[in-house]
Design a protein around this ligand. Structure first.
Ligand code: ZN
Length: 173
């Protein structure tokens, strides 16, 4: 990804602290480079993993307890940690947020998300089923529940909105 108005701006090299200069890279793209150590800034999206877990005609949602979009609902999930595979993130986040152990069935969807104030995110969406565990919640979350697709609460993110709408729900969040 080349730099655009949504990519974070760096003024100084994160490795050696030298002020960055803007030059043409070897591929002719203008990039910020460090004249001190040679570091090149290649902007990249964050990665997230989100999980669709259905029980009958209901879908599992969690209510956000932190900014952004505090108080709105979303599919369980979160950012991929460095060194983690997105499917591992999916399993970890669902366990942390809801107490449930899941089995990933398939990668259901992949999308570049541009409506999150934290930055551009490449979102992996998995379909999974519950292996075991009792529905609970942690402090990242203020509530967790299954919802009928016809009677959904207010959804935090456009991508979740669309995924749920595609599954047949009518959403007005
Ligand atoms: Zn440097």
């Amino acid at each position: 990804m080349a730099e655009n108005k949504k990519t974070p701006k760096y003024s100084f090299c994160p490795l050696c602290g030298t002020r960055l200069v803007k030059r043409k890279d070897f591929d002719q793209t203008r990039r910020h480079l460090c004249p001190g150590c040679g570091w090149v800034y290649y902007p990249h999206p964050f990665l997230s993993a989100t999980v669709l877990i259905c029980k009958g005609d209901k879908v599992l949602l969690v209510k956000r307890n932190q900014t952004p979009k505090k108080g709105l609902w979303q599919l369980p999930g979160g950012f991929v940690e460095f060194g983690e595979m997105p499917q591992e993130t999916a399993v970890r986040e669902v366990k942390e947020e809801t107490g449930l152990k899941i089995k990933i069935e398939k990668l259901a969807h992949l999308e570049m998300i541009d409506d999150d104030p934290r930055g551009i995110i490449l979102g992996f969406v998995y379909q999974a089923k519950i292996k075991k565990g009792k529905l609970g919640k942690d402090k990242e979350i203020s509530a967790v529940d299954f919802f009928s697709l016809e009677k959904l609460p207010k959804i935090a993110f456009k991508i979740h909105h669309r995924l749920l709408a595609k599954k047949g729900g009518k959403i007005d969040g």
